[in-house]
Design a protein around this ligand. Structure first.
Ligand code: PEP
Length: 252
């Protein structure tokens, strides 16, 4: 019922030339992949090159961040309209690296989600607990707060255009993956929070990706779980063959 969505997060990797070369190779490798939305998220400086390469392609384009402001004196920032001009469709918001390194709060993330939706960009809204929080029994409280505060004032219509990415912080870039059961349990909990906030129909429709050391060897098991509707992939998305294998395995 929910279409899978597998997104690459290239983080601060892949300049314009590398991004273009990746797309040339990768597009051919996934030309046969049906029933899945595939999305690439290059760094800002590579979006233009990626956008030209992806013109007419079914592969979607995402930014990794966006400003919560429209324009003006915000050195180093990028607005939603600038992204739209490059035919960007998605934007990752609230990645744990943005939260922990750049101090993004739930309130800032909420403002970014609303700004993205006002420009008809689809947010990939990231949430997830640290190991300390999980071991301290705070998993559900942390996820509930991140979801509730991140979505303040977001309409049910805008929620339908939003993807949630559950990414346990302890599994990002560490090689440690949540077990399929741990991931499924967290996804089911996130969906129950969405049901409380927006009703069961909205909860049944929203796509929730898992992120955290997803690779070709574990994508089938993770994405085979009932409440896991895709993946947000860092390290394993940097090589066109590995990322294509990860996608193909998830579809089997
Ligand atoms: C990420 O950065 O969103 C991520 C999940 O990274 P990795 O796949 O490398 O753990």
């Amino acid at each position: 019922m929910r279409k899978l969505i597998i997104a690459a997060n290239w983080k601060m990797n892949m300049g314009p030339q590398e991004a273009a070369d990746f797309i040339d190779s990768f597009s051919q490798k996934v030309a046969d992949a049906k029933g899945v939305d595939i999305v690439l998220s290059p760094p800002m400086v590579s979006l233009a090159a990626a956008s030209s390469k992806l013109a007419g392609s079914s592969i979607g384009l995402s930014a990794q961040n966006v400003s919560e402001n429209d324009n003006g004196a915000f050195t180093g920032e990028t607005s939603t309209l600038m992204l739209k001009e490059l035919f960007v469709q998605y934007v990752i918001i609230g990645h744990s690296e943005r939260r922990s390194i750049y101090g993004e709060t739930d309130a800032i993330i909420n403002a970014k989600i609303k700004k993205a939706r006002a420009a008809n960009l689809k947010p990939i809204f990231c949430i997830g607990e640290t190991l300390e929080q999980r071991e301290g029994g705070q998993l559900e409280a942390v996820l509930r707060t991140q979801i509730t505060d991140g979505l303040v004032g977001v309409s049910v219509e805008d929620l339908a255009e939003t993807v949630i990415a559950y990414e346990p912080v302890w599994a990002i870039g560490t090689g440690v993956t949540a077990s399929a059961q741990q991931a499924q349990d967290a996804h089911a909990f996130c969906r129950s929070v969405i049901a409380e906030l927006y009703g069961q129909e909205a909860a049944d429709k929203i796509r929730i990706q898992y992120g955290g050391s997803v690779k070709p060897a574990n994508s089938a098991e993770l994405l085979g779980q009932e409440d896991i509707d895709g993946a947000l992939v860092g390290g394993a998305s940097l090589d066109p063959q590995i990322f294509a294998d990860l996608i193909h395995n998830a579809l089997t």
